[in-house]
Design a protein around this ligand. Sequence first.
Ligand code: PLP
Length: 363
Amino acid sequence: MNWPMHGANPQYLYERASIEMPENALDFSANINPLGPPPILLDKWEELFQTVHLYPDPFASRLKEKISELHGVHPKQLLIGNGAAEIISLLGRILAGKKVLLLQPAFSEYEEVCRINACAISHHYLAAENDWELSPSVLKKEISKMDAVFLCNPNNPTGTFYPKQIIEEMLVICEQNNCYLILDEAFYDFVQDYEDMVPLLKQYSKLIILRSLTKMYSIPGIRLGYVFASKQVIEQLQHFQSQWSINGIALQVGELLIDQEEFQQKTQIFVQIEKKKLYNFFIKEQFMHSESAANYYLLRDPLFIDQKELLTFLLNNGIIARHTYNYPSLEGKWLRFAVKSKEENQQLQGVLTKWRQVHPSSL
Ligand SMILES: Cc1ncc(COP(=O)(O)O)c(C=O)c1O
């Protein structure tokens, strides 16, 4: 089957699976904050509308200043993007024809963008049996032949978080080998007790940190992300970015939301509580799950290798999971779910209980 490339837009998944989409279907395939956007966004919405007739600031100066102050990074080491997805595309442009290492399973857009830009792509497979553990020393030889490594932290789709010590070990190897470490932190703000990687920019010139406002602030429709890197890399990325790439509303939304720390903490606590309940249920019903530091997790029924039957059962019951057919090494053996509201997570548990009744586990 020709599976959709990404989660979200579930009508396409139903279409490809030839199943009629139930009216109240719940989309667990997009990893967006279950609390929705911070209330300040709705409060200011009409005010934002007053500026639609204006061209956006092509230099995004005010938002840049705010982000650089917040993180203690020089504005010349920062670029705002039309979503982190745009920055990944721009990175692809500067890596055109170069050797790139992807740690799989990883966000599928890295491979897509590298392929379009004729990069020589290598894969290193992280193993489910070791909880997708990352061992920098094992990668040393491979990295010595590379121009860039993509590392998603916490990783999408597993939710595995690699601590600062591992990232530093990776950076030391990358610096020695003149290889960029592209650290995708699109979900960093969901991680409790996250250790800030940004100060490492001062020490490691090959570090590139990518971030998104989409997930935490529940604004996938606005499109906003940013990247920290050396001045030289930022200049190169900027060179390929189109004029007025980030719309004026998005720039103002960024200014409103970038320092909503209380909202972040509230979200982290909520997600943690819901994950705990879900994990307890999975253990009781004998489903396997990944230990995720983010607002999503992997799940599988160990009675099946390929999870297509479960995916289809869920679709028929109005639950949309993210398939994993285009994640090398997962290849349909897992499904990914977002942590949603308490009621929605309960609905998922209800449908999984129904599934277990049809497929009792004898484990
Ligand atoms: C790991 C990762 N990085 C980047 C992105 C792109 O995010 P944005 O919505 O900011 O373009 C996504 C979107 O799903 C993602 O999962």
